[in-house]
Design a protein around this ligand. Structure first.
Ligand SMILES: NC(=O)c1ccc[n+]([C@@H]2O[C@H](COP(=O)([O-])OP(=O)(O)OC[C@H]3O[C@@H](n4cnc5c(N)ncnc54)[C@H](O)[C@@H]3O)[C@@H](O)[C@H]2O)c1
Length: 269
């Protein structure tokens, strides 16, 4: 499968799954517009690579996304693939710490034979819920809306949206995360139905636990517990996720649209 002459836009490119996917795509011959909030980290990862155009962008801001796609059109003049990988677990450090503390308390309760209890619902503000929706969901809508006209003029393409296994199974956690990731699946299916006549396929990836900085925002005992939920008893490598994304981005999945592929080590079957 060749990505020679293909132009890819990928969000969340500075770290984890997104970074591994940019590396794989350029190896396959693609030119990549790499978007991330963390401009310095992005520059460090790909600043010297002539096949990668680094565009520091907050993808939760629709004006910033529009400007980024204008720059992409000026530079490349075509678009074949969008990978929407930018995402967050929690709206800020404080909310993340509360989640970590709740997870550790739940594990302690289970170790001493008590049922874990959570208070995520009462603890979540409107603002926190909205922020995670903006980053995990609205950003994907913005990138699809801005990218599709150019993709249509290029003769079609493929869009891959990163969701999560948390969209598929019921787990007690701050509600914004599974809500945003399940909404990504609705967005994916509706876009797939609308865009099929233009030769554009739209699919989702719902990863299990992957060895990235996002995962290690959790303490080791929580990571270990997550691993124990998977029949394949290890974290996925970001490079393994990149292979799944490559499959949906490229010609080998040419009759697949509106689907969710869940590389999750068997956590959810
Ligand atoms: N790691 C896992 O176990 C796991 C599991 C399921 C789903 N996911 C999803 O996979 C995707 C990638 O996650 P990862 O584990 O590689 O995380 P990561 O933290 O390593 O990478 C995410 C990247 O997104 C960027 N980002 C965050 N907010 C942004 C914004 N507003 N604008 C632009 N960029 C922004 C971050 O700067 C970061 O570089 C996310 O959508 C995440 O929800 C991860």
């Amino acid at each position: 499968m060749s990505f020679q002459e293909k132009v890819v836009v990928l969000t969340g490119a500075a770290s984890g799954i997104g970074k591994a996917t940019v590396q794989l795509l350029v190896e396959q011959g693609a030119k990549v517009a790499a978007l991330d909030l963390k401009g310095e980290q992005l520059q460090e990862a790909f600043g010297k690579d002539p096949r990668v155009l680094c565009i520091p962008t907050d993808v939760s801001n629709s004006d910033a996304v529009r400007a980024a796609f204008q720059a992409i059109e000026s530079k490349f003049g075509r678009l074949d693939v969008i990978v929407n990988a930018a995402g967050i677990n929690a709206p800020n450090r404080e909310a993340n710490q509360k989640m970590v503390d709740a997870n550790v308390a739940a594990l302690d309760a289970m170790k001493s034979g008590r049922a874990p209890v959570f208070d995520f619902l009462a603890d979540t503000s409107d603002q926190d819920f909205r922020r995670v929706m903006e980053v995990n969901l609205f950003s994907q809508f913005y990138c699809i809306r801005e990218g599709v006209p150019l993709m249509r003029r290029s003769g079609g393409g493929s869009i891959v949206n990163i969701s999560s296994v948390a969209a598929l199974m019921g787990v007690a956690m701050p509600l914004y995360y599974p809500a945003s990731k399940a909404a990504v699946l609705g967005l994916t299916r509706a876009a797939a139905a609308e865009l099929a006549p233009y030769n554009i396929r739209v699919n989702a990836i719902a990863p299990g636990s992957v060895d990235t900085p996002l995962m290690h925002e959790q303490p080791p005992e929580v990571v270990q517990f997550l691993v124990s939920m998977q029949p394949i008893k290890r974290l996925a490598k970001p490079e393994e996720l990149a292979q799944s994304i490559l499959f949906l981005a490229g010609e080998h999945s040419s009759f697949i649209t509106g689907q969710t592929l869940s590389p999750n080590g068997g956590m959810y079957m």
